[in-house]
Design a protein around this ligand. Structure first.
Ligand code: MN
Length: 233
């Protein structure tokens, strides 16, 4: 039996559609999992059902988290949000933690995990920080653009060893204050937290970079593989 992993869809209001980059699914299949796109809903009973049936939840990239979720007013450089998706993922995270189901967050997935657990976000890194690092790279996204330093004694260090890892980067927001329960496990040279984990759970981790854009690369296979392995248990 392969683990079935629920992926949160991206909603395109202009086209009235839900969609998914195939790299998420290809990346999971490549390491022995099966990714399925979830419906977009905030119905608590449906979400409970989904978390019960899924072996893990992957919080995908997408629109900016509504700043109201972390108690801030929307600044001009904050992108559009999806209230439905924010509600859905908030509940999904709560349910997954209650059931100790593995959760892996990518980009927005890291950001909403941090916000739901009580942290805050930079609404726009260029506007709100002094960084000169390229966090919002142009295509192609399967190449690396900056390094992160993996912190010792973290799940990520157990996977890659502590030290530098080259990553892609396609985000304009990031963690401002880390949620009290989360721990940083990788940082960019400008100090931005690029990966987190929640101690005491089977697998609750998130990265600011995009393994789905380079799912064939060894480093992407390793993190996706660790997630799928946790989902198998
Ligand atoms: Mn970055």
């Amino acid at each position: 039996m392969k683990p079935i992993i629920g992926l949160t869809p991206i909603d395109d209001t202009e086209r009235d559609s839900l969609w998914m980059l195939p790299g998420y699914m290809q990346g999971l299949e490549n390491v022995g999992g099966v990714g399925v796109m979830l419906p977009q809903t905030d119905d608590p009973a449906i979400l409970k059902e989904l978390v019960t049936r899924m072996d893990g939840i992957l919080l995908t990239g997408g629109k900016d988290v509504d700043p109201g979720l972390y108690g801030e007013r929307r600044e001009s450089d904050c992108g559009v949000s999806s209230a439905m998706r924010d509600r859905m993922e908030t509940r999904l995270i709560e349910l997954a933690l209650q059931a100790d189901k593995p959760v892996f967050g990518i980009c927005r997935g890291l950001q909403i995990l941090n916000a739901v657990l009580g942290g805050t976000l930079y609404q726009d890194l260029k506007k709100q920080t002094e960084t000169t690092l390229t966090h919002n790279m142009p295509k192609p996204y399967d190449r690396t653009i900056h390094e992160v330093t993996i912190l010792p004694d973290t799940p990520l260090a157990a996977l890659y060893g502590p030290g530098p890892l080259a990553v892609n980067s396609r985000h304009h927001q990031g963690i401002k204050t880390l949620a009290p329960a989360l721990k940083a496990q990788a940082k960019a040279p400008d100090g931005l937290i690029e990966s987190v984990y929640l101690p005491g759970y089977r697998f609750v981790q998130a990265v600011q970079w995009h393994p789905e854009h380079r799912w064939q690369a060894a480093d992407s296979r390793e993190i996706l593989g660790a997630f799928v392995e946790a989902c198998e248990q």
